[in-house]
Design a protein. Structure first.
Length: 422
């Protein structure tokens, strides 16, 4: 079972030190499993991370999905604009996704929640192998009216537009609970549960407005609103986990929770810097919790550097499937690494994020992180030692020029290796 939050800050859970948000269910999950402190999303926005999660590979290999698909199926940088113009902006069904690999070894696969991997029908979850889908196809949607800020209704069941009354977090939770109640247990299952919370608009449960949010008031809200949205998410996850337990599935189920990217200014991003959309730590450093009784130790905190497509590799291996020989995964099996109690090992991880004329690039190698932000012809560069300076306040660019050159060479070589297929 793979649970994904949307735009949550690193420090927004009680088990990550949050003082003002009550998250007893996720805190309990962490106490029963492993909590990771050096976990990253593959991108600082929704679509890129979800692409990497589904394919087990850097999202750049697919093409056009380095930025969140915009409201109304809008491409937000040159490659995405080109693909949108020919109705090709999305994750192609020809990709060897985690879903297809699990289906190949007998799994039932269902998805309840946010998709954001293409508006066109040919990119729908059903075309990627899910047996059943319910949720919004796009990015952020109104929690009560289930539309984007331009008024487009986005709620679907399989490939059919549907209208349901209710708070979106609750509808997603209920879909997962209903599936677990009716699942016979004769076949293993993959339950993908990508909530929209706490993505904007920040609408509290039990307070339905007279009309949906629009572009003008979409991002309005307070920390208190954010807290209410996130606490309802934790309650929903608690209901799903309780149903998993009552149905007798908990002891044999790998449960994973993480957030797709960093939080906005209302999130608690401490002790790191930055926000969603950028490659400073708070744009990509995420909470991650994993539980698998009898395999993963309970109550463990792991400082191993990991990234979201590591989860893809672990899920495929745990399910008894194999990654495709012609499209090998880019990550490591993080579940096996922690279950085997291996010592933490250094990793080299890469990022590139594009929107409009802005391009972010970053590489983390060991504890060093090189970061650049290009706006047109203007480039800002940074070098940080995350072991000594996790808040990225001390730029070592001038102090360590040899390391800067080395990391820039590695980054350039990686960019050549992940050139898109389309």
């Amino acid at each position: 079972m793979l649970i994904v939050a949307d735009d949550m800050g690193y420090g927004d859970l009680g088990c990550y030190g949050c003082p003002d948000i009550r998250t007893p269910n996720l805190d309990r999950l962490a106490a029963e499993g492993v909590r990771l402190t050096n976990f990253y999303a593959n991108g600082p926005e929704c679509t890129p991370t979800r692409t990497a999660l589904m394919t087990g590979r850097y999202q750049h290999r697919v093409g056009g999905l380095e930025c969140a698909i915009g409201t109304g199926n809008v491409g937000r940088y040159d490659d995405a604009i080109r693909l949108a113009a020919r109705h090709d902006l999305g994750l192609p069904a020809s990709e060897a996704t985690v879903v297809r690999l699990l289906k190949g070894v007998g799994y039932t696969a269902v998805a309840y929640g946010k998709w954001h991997l293409g508006y066109e029908r040919k990119f729908s979850p059903i075309r990627h192998g899910f047996d059943h889908y319910f949720g919004p196809l796009g990015g952020g949607v109104d929690y009560y009216f289930h539309c984007e800020w331009d008024g487009t209704h986005m709620l679907y069941e399989n490939e059919r537009e549907v209208y349901r009354e209710g708070y979106l977090t609750d509808l997603i939770t209920q879909s997962a609970v209903d599936f677990l109640r009716r699942h016979g247990g004769s076949r293993p299952f993959f339950l993908y549960l990508p909530y929209t919370a706490p993505h904007t608009p920040l609408q509290r449960p039990g307070q339905k407005p007279e009309r949906p949010r629009t572009q003008e008031n979409w991002n309005q809200g307070t920390r208190e609103d954010y807290v209410a949205v996130l606490e309802r998410l934790d309650e929903g996850i608690g209901r799903v986990l309780a149903t998993l337990q009552r149905r007798g599935f908990a002891q044999e189920t790998l449960v994973i929770f993480f957030s797709d990217n960093g939080g906005t200014r209302l999130a608690r991003n401490a002790p790191f810097s930055g926000y969603k959309g950028g490659l400073f730590e708070c744009g990509i450093r995420e909470p991650c919790i994993m539980r698998m009784p009898g395999v993963l130790p309970a109550g463990v905190v792991s400082h191993q550097v990991a990234i979201s497509f590591d989860l893809s590799k672990s899920i495929v291996r745990v399910a008894g499937a194999r990654e495709p020989a012609d499209r090998p995964f880019d990550g490591i099996d993080i579940v096996r690494h922690i279950a085997s109690r291996r010592p933490d090992m250094p990793r080299t991880l890469f990022w590139r994020a594009r929107r409009g004329q802005r391009t972010w690039r970053a590489v983390r190698d060991g504890t060093l992180k090189y970061l650049s932000r290009q706006d047109g012809q203007q480039v800002s560069e940074y070098l940080f030692d995350l072991a000594r300076d996790p808040g990225e306040q001390d730029n070592l660019l001038d102090a360590q020029p040899d390391e800067v050159r080395r990391l820039k060479r590695r980054l350039a070589q990686w960019e050549k290796e992940v050139r898109p297929a389309r």
